[in-house]
Design a protein around this ligand. Structure first.
Ligand code: FAD
Length: 125
């Protein structure tokens, strides 16, 4: 049986944040590259379930004008509150200095990762 075939320089499997960022970066480095992103979901973002606390530094490096491009980062984190649960009804709020640095989210964003992926897909196109 004859099958239709298309040639690409790079095929990326999975239109998650990693695949889409890689596609955008490759085209920034070499606009002549033919890049294909394959996604098994019905649309980009369909299989991305996570709400996320998002550190925007990688996006600053990839697309420095992401705000002008309408990236769906709308809700900045204003404060961290980390609680240690002692029982079903009692919890102790940890002082900020006792919270490990990776759990500090001030300056980060509360986002829908699915929405970010849909937006990244538009940028990749
Ligand atoms: C519950 C939860 C909460 C999280 N919270 C945070 C958070 O607060 N902050 C944070 O930074 N990170 C968080 N993460 C982690 C974050 O979601 C991942 O680090 C990120 O999604 C990884 O991106 P990725 O592109 O590598 O993979 P994925 O996001 O998993 O994307 C992979 C894509 O590839 C597609 N795919 C897979 N296999 C195939 C195939 N064979 N063919 C075609 N397509 C395929 C999938 O459908 C999907 O769209 C969380 C994750 C989970 C599960």
């Amino acid at each position: 049986m004859e099958r239709e075939a298309m040639d690409y320089d790079v095929v990326i499997v999975g239109a998650g944040p990693a695949g889409l960022s890689a596609a955008i970066r490759l085209k920034q480095l070499n606009p002549d590259l033919a890049v294909m992103v394959l996604e098994k979901g019905s649309e980009v973002g369909a299989h991305i379930l996570s709400g996320a606390l998002f550190e925007s530094r990688p996006l600053d490096e990839l697309l420095p004008d992401w705000q002008d491009r309408g990236a769906p980062l709308k809700t900045p984190v204003s404060e961290d509150q980390v609680y240690l649960y002692r029982s079903e009804t009692s919890a102790v709020k940890l002082p900020n200095f006792a919270v490990p640095a990776p759990m500090h989210n001030n300056g980060n964003w509360i986002i829908s990762l699915g929405s970010l992926c849909r937006w990244l897909a538009g940028q990749a196109e």
